[in-house]
Design a protein around this ligand. Structure first.
Ligand SMILES: O=C(O)CCC(=O)C(=O)O
Length: 281
């Protein structure tokens, strides 16, 4: 994808997504994949559940990735210069594991102003193809309001098994195919999901959620925590996280535990207020 900044922004504003975008490159992606697979091997072949959310708080190689200048240069075009990483988590599909993601809009349970300009950078460590269950999107749906979601009906790969409570026209789906080291960007209200991996190759990606520092949390929730990755935070709506000094150093593990416990409370509160949030928009 070779667009001028103006075209890049226009395309994103019109469609609600962009891909493929060069990000960390093939070599860094391969090295990161080796590290991911070492962690999985030490945990019975699976990424550890306890570190499913915000693994960058305990693994320095992921902290480096969420701050990668090429990722942030692209994100800055959309969000502006003051950027925080609010969350990140892996989406891993192994051949034949049946994992899929139902159609949904991301912002439902995040506890942040649903009208803010918030996006996900989905970074591929392996090629992501139609055969191995790449992410699919419906262009333009980011212009819709936040819609009601059913919980539990959808995939086990999302935090609440959520699924948007409308019929989505599959014929409108666009598949965001990526090579290892590339990324896509998608808007927080864009309809997106993914099908099972029908190939013989794994599909490994990291969804990094970036928001501008001005994005306001919903009122009445515990104060959430974020990593400032570029610019300055003049708003202080969030606590600031520190980077891990080494893999799983004790201060980082403690920080991670506290922050993810608080986030689970926020997520549940945001879910219980979803109807109200939707009707107030
Ligand atoms: O990786 C996938 O298949 C889906 C990712 C997703 O739903 C997200 O990034 O919000």
């Amino acid at each position: 994808m070779n667009l001028s900044d103006k075209e890049f922004i226009k395309n994103y504003q019109e469609n609600g997504f962009l891909c493929p975008i060069p990000a960390i490159g093939k070599e860094m992606a391969a090295k990161a994949l080796e590290k991911i697979e070492e962690v999985e091997a030490a945990n019975g072949g699976k990424w550890p559940n306890d570190f499913a959310l915000k693994p960058h708080l305990v693994y320095p190689f992921l902290d480096e990735i969420i701050r990668h200048p090429r990722i942030l240069d692209a994100v800055e075009k959309i969000l502006g210069p003051d950027i925080i990483c609010w969350q990140c988590r892996f989406f891993i599909k192994n051949p034949g594991d049946g994992g899929f993601v139902s159609w949904h809009q991301d912002i439902s349970y995040w506890g942040i102003d649903i009208n803010e300009n918030i996006l996900t950078a989905w970074l591929a460590f392996t090629p992501a193809t139609k055969e191995n269950g790449v992410m699919k999107v419906v262009p333009g749906t980011h212009k819709l309001k936040l819609l009601p979601h059913r919980e539990g009906a959808g995939s086990a790969l999302t935090v609440r098994g959520q699924e948007v409570d409308v019929d989505v026209d599959e014929s409108q789906a666009v598949y965001m195919e990526l090579d290892a080291g590339e990324m896509s960007l998608h808007h927080v209200k864009l309809f997106h999901g993914s099908d099972p991996n029908e190939s013989q190759q794994r599909r490994v990606g990291l969804a990094i959620r970036y928001i501008p520092t001005r994005a306001k949390p919903l009122e009445g929730l515990p104060k959430d925590s974020v990593s400032l990755v570029r610019g300055v935070d003049n708003f202080n709506y969030f606590h600031h996280e520190f980077s891990p000094k080494s893999i799983m150093d004790s201060a980082s593990v403690e920080q991670h535990k506290k922050i993810t416990e608080t986030y689970k409370i926020i997520n549940n509160m945001a879910a219980s207020r979803l109807d109200e949030t939707i009707s107030n928009q």
